[in-house]
Design a protein around this ligand. Structure first.
Ligand code: ADP
Ligand code: MG
Length: 337
């Protein structure tokens, strides 16, 4: 007899969880992205102890039927892609069909969901469905996670303080709110509201909710386009800077991404206007044909490969530089509204 056998699904899910589910913020990310993909217009996140003991995400999106709810926990279960060509025109945030399978294998999870007609209430522990009943409630999904990593003690040990873990979730929610100004987000930690946006579609309102109205007022707007890319966004004047580049948020077709060269183009646009080692707060939105942007680089999907990158970098740098020159020449206070 050979020595090789195929792992059972539960074990392979748990291994996959090690890759994608690093900390409470990873769970928040997957759930909130699912809510966004389900066209929710309000998404509320409740955390206790930064999510170490409790995470709840409630959305008013499409919800699921009982049949889909049961399927959604299987590995590679997704409603978002069907065939290979779909990979090259991804418009949803998720597509790997792994999140629910992985997360549910390392916690105790309850999911209540309804598509407006049917629905289900499921309780899953360590990847196994322990109870299920039909439930028809308001359309949407309400999913809770208790005792994250209760069965992976090594992962639990690696987690940082409540403050650090909360910081990760807050950064994430800030970015998701910025990338989706038409969705009303709420983040509540230990009963206290940390972030609340109104979902009316104004990036300035989200910037004010995150950085304070006072700081948001000190930001200028920029827009520009080439044949392939359209950009717009907001950045702070040289008078309001931060010691880290992390306050520069970049979105490609609504998805937050890390892109070193685009970030550098934003900083370079300020040229000599920035004090040494200081960086602007900025939100940059890039729109382009999904075929130009490959997100399937890493499971967390933060990295992206861009076609026609030099063209885009030049667009970013020139657009922001022109806008900076404009506002520096005309002091903001003197600028007509
Ligand atoms: P993916 O998002 O990559 O498709 P997930 O494991 O995150 O994989 O979710 C599996 C499927 O479950 C999704 O494709 C979607 O059909 C469904 N689903 C998950 N969360 C929600 C939600 N909040 N509302 C509606 N459907 C959801
Ligand atoms: Mg998903």
């Amino acid at each position: 007899m050979g020595k090789i056998h195929i792992m059972d699904e539960w074990l392979s899910n748990k291994i996959a969880a090690g890759e994608v589910v690093e900390r409470p913020a990873s769970v928040v990310k997957e759930f909130v992205e699912n809510a966004i993909d389900a066209d929710a217009t309000t998404i509320e996140v409740f955390l206790e102890e930064a999510g170490l003991s409790f995470i709840q995400v409630v959305d008013n999106g499409s919800g699921m039927s009982e049949e889909d709810a049961l399927k959604s926990f299987a590995r590679h279960a997704t409603s978002k892609i069907e065939k290979e060509q779909d990979l090259f025109r991804i418009r949803t945030l998720g597509f790997r069909g792994e999140a629910l399978a992985s997360i549910s294998s390392v916690c105790k999870m309850t999911m209540k969901t309804s598509d407006g007609q049917g629905g289900a209430e499921l309780y899953i522990e360590g990847g196994h469905i322990k109870s299920q009943k039909p439930a028809a409630l308001r359309q949407g999904t309400d999913i809770t996670v208790a005792q994250l990593f209760y069965n992976t003690p090594a992962r639990l040990k690696y987690l940082k303080t409540v403050q650090t873990e909360l910081g990760h979730s807050m950064d994430l929610m800030n970015r998701l709110a910025l990338g989706n100004p038409h969705i009303a987000f709420k983040l509540v930690h230990n009963g206290q509201v940390q972030l609340q946006t109104n979902g009316r579609g104004h990036v300035q309102q989200v910037l004010a909710a995150i950085y304070g109205a006072h700081n948001a007022k000190k930001m200028f707007e920029f827009t520009g386009e080439t044949n392939d890319y359209k950009i717009h966004g907001f950045a702070t004047l040289p008078e309001l800077t931060r010691a880290s580049k992390n306050y520069i948020s970049i979105f490609v077709n609504g998805r937050w991404v890390k892109h070193y060269l685009v970030q550098k183009a934003v900083v370079d646009a300020f040229h000599t206007y920035l004090p040494i080692e200081r960086y602007p707060i900025a939100a940059l939105f890039i729109e382009g044909d999904p075929q130009l942007t490959d997100v399937n680089v890493h499971p967390a999907k933060h990295q992206i490969r861009l076609s026609k990158e030099p063209e885009l970098l030049q667009l970013v740098e020139q657009t922001i530089r022109a806008a900076v020159r404009d506002v520096v020449r005309v002091p903001l206070a003197a600028k007509p509204k």
